[in-house]
Design a protein around this ligand. Structure first.
Ligand code: MAN
Length: 513
């Protein structure tokens, strides 16, 4: 409030300054150059003229400084004192042009224009505006102090947490290593027992298959031994055309004889040993040899096809594909693959080894996951601690937060220290307008601009990038976005962290007044 009073005082001083004698259109600070007791030297030093030629409505000086109060010089400048508001220079061509330029009306002293002195009103409004700004700065600055304090505490907490985690990581790593060893120790006997179980199962399957084959060879022998004398002769093979070797469509005596090997007839033992292996794949019993009836395509009248599915058959497109698996139904039973019998359950000892190994695996995996989570947290903390959150950490509260602004076309999203995105409102995917790069303000105000770089590439242009201009505000908010040049974006962002101490703000404004 003291500072505002000082402002008002300055205004009053301005009023007093109007009273100082000086030629029309000359500012207080230039008054010394216009001494009516001496000849006048143009301010560029180019010429000296008698003082009565100052403001005589004739331009003598090349820089126009002899006619500050008349429109005689095309490059002249008229100074309005504007007591109660801001002093101002206007081009001297605007003097007496019938338009009120200076709020104190002094530019229209001889045009007949009726001007009203609005300086006091403008000054009052400006003062109000300054008061509001000062209030925002004060409140923002107060919040900033809290943010700084929070940031200090947060940073300490994070550092402590990081130290603790780095220490416990070692212990956790050791635990993971020992659980891995335990798991591996448990998995070796588990694997051996499972392999042994599988091997025994496969061997028993083989033995079973051999039994079945032996049984079949006996049946075939009985089948082929037409006179049932316990001996198979070449002539008994002749009717079995499927045993034709040379492909002439018949089984000759010679072919039959060669199937039997040396002797003219073989008993069941020799048959199983030397004949059966040769004919096993070819042999067909009389019943097998009967032709398989042709497979009927399902039709609308097919009794096995439900009616509603019939209708679907009529549909075109995807439905046809969905119907395909049903073709399996039409495979004749003789051609269906016999379902592989399932392996019998593990015996108790093997199951106990599996359970033990599974327990060791779960314990290892759980510890491993905790270690990975811990490492993620450590990396996150290290990253956060390494970021530059301003001289006193005042910007740290923005980390992990996002602020949106909706325009007619897009929703823009600013996630400080992370990324900026643009999402079309009417469909379409999000575009990356840049990931966190660096602080990019001028040397004396580095923390006034954030730069986000290397966003999605722009067609025939640069990779998208965004500059975020920070201003002091009570609240944290994005107020505008624009694209000053294609794929280069600009955002205006208000935050208490960008507020400076109020006296600083006001002393700058003093200079303006
Ligand atoms: C999209 C948006 C715009 C950008 C163009 C460039 O439409 O990202 O902001 O100007 O692409 O092609």
């Amino acid at each position: 409030m003291k500072a505002l009073l000082a402002l008002l005082l300055l205004g009053a001083l301005g009023c007093w300054a109007v009273e100082v004698k000086r030629p029309r259109g000359v500012s207080v600070s230039n008054r010394g150059f216009y001494d009516d007791s001496k000849p006048f030297t143009c301010l560029d030093g180019s010429r000296t003229i008698p003082f009565d030629r100052v403001n005589d409505d004739y331009c003598d000086c090349a820089d126009g400084t002899d006619e500050p109060g008349t429109p005689a010089c095309s490059n002249g400048r008229f100074h309005c004192t504007n007591a109660g508001y801001k002093p101002q220079y206007i081009p001297s061509s605007r003097i007496n042009d019938g338009i009120c330029d200076c709020c104190d009306t002094t530019d229209e002293y001889n045009s007949g224009a009726v001007c009203e002195n609005t300086c006091r009103e403008l000054g009052r409004k400006e003062l109000e505006e300054l008061q509001i700004q000062a209030e925002v700065a004060r409140e923002g600055f107060r919040v900033k102090q809290l943010l700084i304090e929070e940031a200090r505490k947060g940073r300490e907490e994070k550092q402590t947490k990081l130290q603790e985690m780095v220490q416990s990581r070692q212990a956790l790593q050791a635990q993971v290593d020992s659980l891995r060893a335990e798991k591996e120790t448990a998995e070796t006997p588990e694997q051996e027992a499972k392999d042994a179980h599988k091997k025994a199962w496969e061997e028993s399957k083989e033995a079973e298959k051999a039994d079945v084959d032996k049984q079949r060879s006996l049946e075939v022998f009985t089948d082929l031994d037409q006179d049932s004398d316990g001996m198979l002769t070449a002539s008994e093979l002749l009717s079995h055309l499927e045993l034709d070797v040379d492909g002439d469509g018949s089984v000759s005596d010679q072919e039959a004889q060669s199937l039997l090997g040396g002797p003219s007839s073989v008993d069941v033992g020799s048959f199983q040993e030397s004949v059966w292996p040769q004919i096993r794949e070819k042999y067909k019993s009389e019943a097998d040899a009967l032709p398989v009836p042709p497979i009927e395509e399902p039709t609308e009248s097919h009794p096995e096809v439900p009616e509603d599915e019939d209708e679907e058959d009529g549909d075109e497109g995807e439905d046809d594909e969905e119907d395909e698996p049903e073709e399996d139904i039409r495979v004749p039973p003789s051609k269906t693959q016999e379902a592989e019998p399932e392996m019998p359950p593990y015996d108790e000892t093997t199951q106990a080894l599996i359970d033990a190994a599974q327990k060791a695996r779960s314990q290892y995996e759980e510890a491993e996951k905790s270690l990975r989570d811990m490492e993620d947290t450590i990396r996150g903390l290290e990253k956060e601690i390494s970021l530059d959150f301003g001289p006193n950490g005042e910007f740290s509260y923005l980390y992990g937060e996002c602020y949106e602004l909706s325009t007619s076309e897009y929703v823009y999203r600013l996630c400080p220290f992370n990324r900026v995105t643009q999402k079309p409102k009417h469909g379409g995917s999000e575009t990356n307008l840049g990931t966190w790069g660096s602080w990019a303000g001028p040397e004396d105000n580095k923390f006034s601009i954030m730069k986000f770089e290397h966003g999605t590439s722009c067609w025939q242009g640069p990779n998208r990038s965004t500059q975020v201009k920070l201003s002091c505000g009570k609240d944290t908010v994005v107020t505008s976005t624009s694209e000053p040049s294609r794929c280069e974006y600009l955002m205006e962002f208000f935050t208490p962290a960008a507020c400076h101490s109020p006296p600083e703000v006001l002393s700058e404004d003093h200079d303006e007044l």
